[in-house]
Design a protein around this ligand. Structure first.
Ligand SMILES: Cc1cc2nc3c(=O)[nH]c(=O)nc-3n(C[C@H](O)[C@H](O)[C@H](O)COP(=O)(O)OP(=O)(O)OC[C@H]3O[C@@H](n4cnc5c(N)ncnc54)[C@H](O)[C@@H]3O)c2cc1C
Length: 350
């Protein structure tokens, strides 16, 4: 069988693109190597224009769990510094706290409802390209497959095999001096003000769901999803502490919080089963030099990766999918003017 579009990767960006192509009636096959949805917790929400874009697609309500329309956020951060937006007329900054797992669940349900075919346990191992179509090699538990498709989209994340095999350079930098600790933890109730801010003994107030910049690093806390009494607590330090081989412990998280908040916040261990606890080392900033090579296209992290501060990853990646979806559909449907598809690039201003 010859497919019209094969998307590699059922992360948020591949899933949104599958739904966008189906809105235009384009047949889509999405291949995902993981046998099951889920995976490690990643983003904690959407920031920027993408929130309104989700609302335009009728996705705000299922993502937010409440009726829309979305409201602009009165404050955010810039480079980890507090940014008061309450006095800005036509404030364009929207925020939607929602765990990435929930975003993917909503987008997968939508893509399937619109008729996308999603095959899990299918790992793409390579592809070949000739004048008219492409051959995609796929590994499954039941053996190897070879599929044919006219278009191939790499939504396969920052280490994208599709980008590498297409020969698209990915310049940028890695900085190993940054170390992040994050985990579920209980914050003593007497440290929290009625508006949810964390009150430090020296009078400083740290806002939830914000990257609070302090001399030793960035501190973030937020209550997200069904985590009972626990908050998600995250600390990013730029002290160049180096790589550690030992598994991260709750004491490591507490020590990181102590270093950044000068010992001002004793954390409690959560009682929920399997609490999150993680250490991330280094930050990476890279962007593909082009998002298209013939019949191969890139979206999301396959095309650009960023530090998590400020949440640019999903804001830009999901807008890639919205941008590419209608342009690729127009090309396939035959009503795209010459060159339309080559205008695809994630340069929509936020
Ligand atoms: C700890 C952490 C916290 C983050 N926090 C934020 C945040 O707060 N805000 C934000 O906006 N962003 C955040 N990000 C970034 C965000 O998670 C990514 O931008 C987003 O997941 C990118 O989506 P994607 O669909 O492009 O790729 P991915 O989510 O990486 O999905 C790629 C998919 O492709 C599959 N795949 C890969 N190779 C193959 C193959 N060969 N064959 C088949 N399938 C394949 C993978 O299994 C995966 O499911 C965070 C990331 C991390 C790691």
């Amino acid at each position: 069988m010859n497919h019209e579009v094969v998307i590699v990767g059922a992360g948020p960006n591949g899933l949104l693109l599958a739904g966008e192509l189906r809105l235009a009636g384009v047949p889509v096959l999405l291949l995902e190597r993981s046998p099951l949805p889920g995976g490690e917790p990643r983003a904690n929400g959407l920031i920027g224009r993408v929130v309104q874009a989700m609302d335009l697609r009728g996705l705000y309500e299922p993502l937010a769990g409440r009726p829309g329309p979305p409201a602009p956020t009165p404050w955010f951060q810039f480079g980890g510094l507090p940014l008061d937006l309450s006095a800005v007329a036509d404030n364009p900054l929207f925020a939607l706290p929602v765990p990435q797992a929930r975003i993917q669940q909503v987008l997968e349900e939508r893509a399937r409802d619109l008729g996308a075919e999603i095959r899990r346990g299918h790992e793409v191992t390579g592809f070949g390209q000739d004048a008219d179509d492409m051959q995609v090699n796929v590994r499954t538990a039941d053996g190897d497959l070879r599929l044919r498709t006219r278009w191939l989209v790499g939504a396969d994340g920052g280490h994208s095999l599709i980008r590498k095999q297409a020969g698209i350079p990915f310049p940028g930098s890695n900085d190993d001096r940054f170390v992040s600790h994050m985990g579920h933890a209980v914050i003593p109730a007497d440290r929290l003000d009625s508006d949810g801010a964390l009150a430090l003994p020296d009078g400083r107030r740290l806002m939830p769901f914000a990257h609070n910049r302090l001399p030793g690093g960035v501190f973030t806390f937020a209550r997200l999803g069904d985590t009972g009494e626990a908050y998600l607590v995250a600390v990013m330090e730029w002290a160049g502490r180096g790589r550690e081989a030992a598994p991260v412990t709750f004491a490591d998280l507490q020590h990181a919080v102590d270093r950044v908040l000068d010992g001002a916040l004793p954390l409690g261990r959560p009682t929920r089963p399997s609490p999150l606890l993680r250490r991330l080392e280094g930050v990476t900033i890279r962007q593909a030099t082009r998002y298209r090579a013939g019949r191969v296209l890139l979206v999301g992290d396959a095309a650009h990766v960023h530090p998590a501060v400020g949440g640019p990853g999903l804001n830009l990646g999901l807008q890639d999918a919205l941008n590419l979806g209608w342009k690729l559909a127009a090309e396939i449907r035959g009503w795209a003017p010459p060159g339309l598809l080559d205008t695809y690039l994630s340069l929509i201003p936020i």
